[in-house]
Design a protein around this ligand. Structure first.
Ligand SMILES: Cc1ncc(COP(=O)(O)O)c(C=O)c1O
Length: 543
């Protein structure tokens, strides 16, 4: 393993030896479309290589940051950031006038843990089911973790609420109360439909505040929107059957459809929401996934006309609509709009809600409101997945709602987000207004910012890497849609000071790169999502 650093670009092994570097970076795979910053990916993968204990650390000179940067086609500051962290954590050490070396003594616990991994590792990829390969893989190195947590410096990721504003003390008090009252009852296996108190509380909230038309018996408590989508897809779509999905749309939705083997038909979005268009009987969708209150990521609200047409269409094709109502509570120009489910007299809409934005995402609680004829099917599917959601959290949430904390939290957060939103718009204009046109929609916790000049795209991508300020390219959410370059900026989870700091940091990196002419002649492109094409229906087939 001499002196070799391989990049994801497939660069070949450098022929001439570089001094006495035995450190190998052949496992380094940097994924530019992943939310994890490049410096963090590099840091983590080098650390894993060291922990694997697979080489002798006695003559382990680390190649210079320049060499690593050139070979992996990343910037030197990115490499330096990764090296600094490894130095600080004792994996590497500086030897005066000689350079950077692997530390003489790596932390023993790491090596012990790593030996197990090494033994377990196999040379070949394991044979796994095709459905796994159909899903997108935001992998970096050997580790796959689709969690959004990331390092604290990663900001402006869309979809994160202000979790530090969550009233933890109230929640804990209610949790203690339900445990004191129900005791061991909450520790047994619970209902696959969900705790009855919670179902009643949710049904009342939806009827009073979301314009829904439902009974607690129609509610199935699930582990967030992810499980809601998966349960519906498993319940309603046979492998090879058609499902419609918004394009651009929620990336986790397309993973669900890929996983169940649906023929995914991306549908464009216009000013009224998802475009229904023409479609032969044979290609009728079994399931249509939509975000009518606030289309993700465009923010369009589906018009009444389109809502009615969609329900009629689903009825005429014996299909179902899954209404993802992920953040309808956060509308800033008036009260939230009634949901699609409330309009449905045909029993075609399955409404899905989540606590991820209103409360906090790691709670993993959400719910389905199923048309009566589908309830048992969905309960059956939900039960086979993980039986039920945690009973203690369900009981605590029921109290949180019935005792009024839920509504006051929503109200407080709406006010907070309204302030952050206005501040974000102002600051964005100030710092990045020369580069972007910010599209301001009246709802939601993110904005789309369109690049004014296409040639700035590589600069912004590089600035993201350098700063760890991490708006996602709009193309990440696209399947076939070919859109002008833009970025999606979440604003809800950060204080005004952080918003200003983040925007200023990104703007200054873009400016510096521009002054250095760093983007000139770059062939850098953002790749849209492209899963195994076999799960896609050719566009011509649905016209
Ligand atoms: C469109 C959409 N739906 C739902 C969710 C929330 O999903 P979950 O409930 O699985 O956390 C998100 C999160 O970003 C989203 O963007």
């Amino acid at each position: 393993m001499n002196g070799a650093i391989y990049g994801r670009t497939g660069s070949s092994v450098p022929k001439q030896r570089r001094r006495r570097s035995v450190m190998s970076f052949e496992m380094v795979r940097l994924d530019r479309s992943c939310s994890e910053p490049l410096h963090q990916q590099l840091y983590r993968q080098i650390r894993e290589e060291l922990e694997s204990g697979s080489f002798d650390s006695s003559a382990s000179r680390v190649p210079s940051s320049r060499v690593v940067a050139t070979t992996l086609r990343i910037s030197r500051p990115t490499v330096n950031q990764a090296f600094s962290k490894l130095l600080a954590e004792g994996y590497l050490q500086v030897r005066k006038r000689s350079g950077i070396f692997v530390a003489d003594h790596l932390p023993a616990t790491f090596l012990k843990a790593a030996r197990l991994t090494t033994t377990a590792r196999t040379e070949h990829s394991p044979r796994v089911a095709r459905r796994v390969g159909r899903m997108t893989d935001c992998r970096s190195g050997r580790q796959l973790d689709v969690g959004m947590a990331g390092p604290p410096s990663v900001i402006f990721v869309a979809g994160l609420p202000a979790v530090d504003e969550f009233p933890i003390a109230v929640w804990e008090r209610l949790r203690e109360q339900v445990l004191a009252k129900k005791g061991a009852h909450l520790l047994r296996y619970a209902s696959s439909r969900g705790e009855i108190e919670l179902r009643k509380a949710i049904a009342a909230y939806l009827c009073d505040f979301r314009g829904a038309n439902c009974h607690p018996d129609q509610i199935v408590v699930v582990g967030g929107m992810q499980q809601a989508m998966l349960a519906c897809a498993l319940a309603l779509i046979n492998e090879g059957e058609v499902a419609w999905i918004e394009d651009p749309g929620f990336h986790q939705a397309r993973n669900v459809l890929a996983f169940v083997g649906a023929k995914m038909v991306p549908r464009p979005i216009d000013r009224e929401g998802l475009v229904i268009g023409k479609c032969s009987q044979q290609n009728s969708p079994r399931l249509i996934l939509v975000t009518p209150s606030h289309q993700f990521p465009f923010g369009v609200t589906m018009s009444l006309k389109r809502r009615k047409a969609l329900i009629e269409f689903a009825e005429s094709r014996d299909g179902y609509i899954l209404e993802d109502d992920y953040n309808s509570e956060f509308r800033f120009d008036g009260p939230p709009l009634p949901c699609l489910q409330g309009l449905d007299n045909a029993g075609r809409v399955i409404y899905a809600g989540t606590m991820s934005k209103i409360l906090y995402p790691s709670l993993r609680l959400g719910f389905l409101v199923a048309p009566p004829q589908l309830v048992d099917t969905l309960v059956k599917v939900r039960a086979v997945m993980d039986q039920h959601s945690p009973a203690i959290d369900q009981a605590t949430l029921a109290r949180f709602i019935t005792e009024g904390f839920f509504l006051s939290h929503v109200k407080r957060m709406r006010e907070l987000y309204a302030q952050r939103r206005v501040f974000f718009i102002e600051q964005f204009q100030k710092w990045l207004g020369d580069y972007f046109d910010l599209e301001v929609t009246p709802a939601g916790l993110h904005f789309i910012a369109w690049l004014r000049r296409r040639e700035d795209l590589p600069l912004v991508m590089r600035a993201r890497e350098q700063t760890g300020v991490w708006p996602r390219p709009l193309s990440f959410f696209c399947i076939k849609a070919q859109l002008d370059p833009a970025f999606v900026f979440g604003f809800a989870a950060w204080s005004q000071a952080q918003i200003e700091q983040g925007l200023a940091k990104l703007a200054s990196a873009v400016k510096q790169l521009k002054q250095r002419g760093a983007g000139n002649g770059s062939s850098f492109q953002i790749q849209p999502f492209s899963p195994a094409t076999s799960s896609y229906w050719p566009s011509t087939a649905v016209r």
